[in-house]
Design a protein around this ligand. Structure first.
Ligand code: DQA
Length: 148
């Protein structure tokens, strides 16, 4: 199974950015653990972090070779019709993930434009959201293969 992992804006700052909310693990550390879990589960990951909406849209449009998308759209979760439309357009099995529980935070974070086009969302478990998300992505990718 080939899984595309996309980290949205400011997630390159993990480790130092608002550590009371996002913890102290760096993106590099999370990616390395995610790669470890992927090899245990027999999945192949391509990981991208971008601070640019258009770059994320391009990556989603070019995701045809992947079986599923694991995405933390970060701030674009709450604003990006373009990312929402890209996911809807390519119809890739998608798991939306967040380190923090966005529903426990400021009201502007309570709405996700991505959730209606994702298969599911995992939020609030810190870096473990990614690991749970990878398992969920494999689950839906396998189910899609069986049903096709
Ligand atoms: C986030 C939550 C978003 O509201 C925020 O803008 C982020 C990170 C999370 O992982 O908890 O940048 O997606």
């Amino acid at each position: 199974m080939k899984i595309l992992v996309i980290h949205g804006p400011n997630l390159n700052l993990l480790g130092t950015r608002e550590s009371e909310v996002y913890g102290t693990r760096t993106l590099e550390e999370i990616n390395s653990d995610l790669q470890g879990l992927a090899s245990e589960l027999g999945a192949e990951l391509t990981i991208l972090q971008s601070n640019h909406e258009g770059e994320i849209v391009d990556a989603i449009q070019n995701s045809k070779e992947y079986n599923a998308l694991l995405i933390n759209p970060a701030a674009y979760t709450h604003t990006s019709v373009a990312i929402r439309d890209a996911i809807a357009g390519v119809q890739i099995p998608t798991v939306e993930i967040h380190l923090s529980n966005i529903y426990k935070r400021e009201e502007f974070r309570h709405k996700s434009l991505i959730s209606p086009v994702a298969d599911g969302q995992i939020a609030g478990f810190g870096p473990d959201s990614y690991f749970l998300g990878l398992r969920a992505a494999l689950l839906i990718a396998n189910a899609k293969q069986i049903n096709s």
